[in-house]
Design a binder for this molecule. Sequence first.
Ligand SMILES: O=C(O)c1ccccc1NCC(=O)[C@H](O)[C@H](O)COP(=O)(O)O
Length: 258
Amino acid sequence: MTILDDIVEVKKQELLEYPEKIELITREKPLDFTGSLKRENGIALISEVKRASPSQGDINAVMDPLEQAKSYVRGGADAISVLTDKQFFKGSFDDLERVSAAVDVPVLNKDFIIDRRQINRAYNHGADIVLLIVTILDDESLGDLYDYASSLDLNIIVEVHDEVELKRALKISPEIIGINNRNLKTFTVDIGNTERLLEKYGTDDIQFIAESGIHNGEDAQRMKLAGASGMLVGESLMRADSIEEKIQELKAGKVYES
Ligand SMILES: O=C(O)c1ccccc1NCC(=O)[C@H](O)[C@H](O)COP(=O)(O)O
């Protein structure tokens, strides 16, 4: 059993407590994120509100998610990611709702989605983007959840870690693929993962987002040069002394000398 198995097991248990049907609220259309990814210059930044994680334990338990998200936007983040898992990441849907009500950039609900009702919950709490993690879904569920989230006008990041998962993702022709540099089963982090996969599978038809392990401008520059049009950064922003300076560094990148 890996931590990821444990997380999915907890999700299944939580779903037993969900009502059979979660009605959708009436809300404004989700904000579009793909526009930020199509910019000619630069790399879009999704800044993550992340109190804790299975690999790091507590990262920043004292921060206020709302203030953190507002600082991200002031710094120039293109989107905000909010973890809603309680047990492993100390997140909540209250965090998601407060953040999405307070910022004018798209908000990603980062969670471990295995059931349509979680998508409804994300939608009802203000998410504009949801994440579908290929490794925890079979092909049928992946396709079904993707189509369902699309029908609600949500943006979807289909997350993969390796070539096998990427090939599975490609079968549903997603607009956005997230390449996680963290192996969610072993916690090994290697940003070379994005470089290797994009070298082989990069295409202008899909927007790729590099996720995890991006700590400084040089890392960001590597992801941009690899062909990523976006990056998802959590820990290094949560630990930054100056969020605005860190965002500037990440978005500007540093000259990368190979
Ligand atoms: O971060 C973890 O320890 C983790 C463990 C198990 C499943 C998922 C996990 N993280 C989710 C993420 O993918 C990251 O929060 C996100 O990409 C940001 O990563 P980082 O910048 O390295 O905090």
